[in-house]
Design a protein around this ligand. Structure first.
Ligand code: PGA
Length: 250
């Protein structure tokens, strides 16, 4: 077996934050030396990316976007392209977050086009997958995640351009998390899927867990097999919590 991928702790600020919030990024940067075992990424709202990236230059903290349009430019009012995120200083972009899939009707095909756009612009695509409560209750969790992987992850993935985030919809922002066994079951399923579909890199592509990760549960979750980091929402808004989560990674 190849060595485990280096953990990635990614913070998704969602639609939170004004320029004043960059003080939290300053604190993450200041504390990042204490969590050298993990790679760190902060995904602020698009309005803050350029300012955040300027602060993060030359530090261990990367800056990413939360979504991108599939096209490079054009008549798409209100949208932001992967090229624009790159130009503003991003190194990665989240695509297919459940809040985009549900709130904006994004299909697997749309998510896949966004991941391709990320690669076209030279960004790492963090592709999110995860089942709803109803799908889990119906015993469909792996079926749904398998379908999302097949539909949302483009050909050509590698450890350098692709991260998968497993985020059960019912665990996002709810304070509820799956059991350790449930997390390991899905992560193993995703790992096997990656090994079949991107043979050379399947072992090295990071698989993040997301959904109510906080300092008190981070160590337990981050030490599970085939968990290579976390995608953190609410707890990423406070630098001290985000750093505590990173400190809990193996
Ligand atoms: P949460 O969000 O940590 O607030 O549950 C996770 C996410 O949506 O990425």
């Amino acid at each position: 077996m190849a060595a485990n991928p280096r953990p990635l702790i990614a913070g998704n600020w969602k639609m939170n934050g004004t320029r004043a919030s960059l003080a939290e990024l300053d604190a993450v940067i200041a504390g990042s030396g204490q969590v050298a075992q993990a790679d760190l990424l902060i995904c602020p709202p698009a309005t803050l990316i350029a300012a955040a990236a300027a602060k993060a230059v030359g530090t261990r903290v990367g800056i990413g976007g939360q979504d991108c349009h599939a096209a490079a430019s054009g008549a798409h009012t209100g949208d932001v392209s992967a090229e624009m995120l790159k130009d503003a200083g991003s190194t990665a972009v989240i695509v297919g977050h459940s809040e985009r899939r549900t709130g904006h009707g994004e299909t697997d095909a749309a998510v896949r086009a966004k991941a391709e756009a990320a690669w076209r612009a030279g960004l790492v695509a963090i592709v999110c997958v995860g089942e709803t409560q109803a799908e889990r209750d119906a015993g469909q969790a792996t079926t749904v995640v398998g379908r999302q992987l097949a539909g949302s992850v483009p050909q050509g993935g590698s450890a350098a351009n692709l991260v998968i985030a497993y985020e059960p919809v019912w665990a996002i922002g709810t304070g509820r998390t799956p059991t350790n066994l449930e997390i390991e079951e899905i992560h193993r399923f995703i790992r096997n899927n990656l090994m079949q579909n991107i043979k050379d890199f399947g072992l090295q592509v990071k698989i993040l867990y997301g959904g109510s990760v906080k300092p008190s549960n981070a160590a337990e979750i981050l030490n599970l097999s085939d968990v290579n980091g976390a995608l953190v929402g609410g707890a990423s808004l406070k630098a001290s919590d985000f750093l505590a989560i990173a400190a809990a990674s193996p």
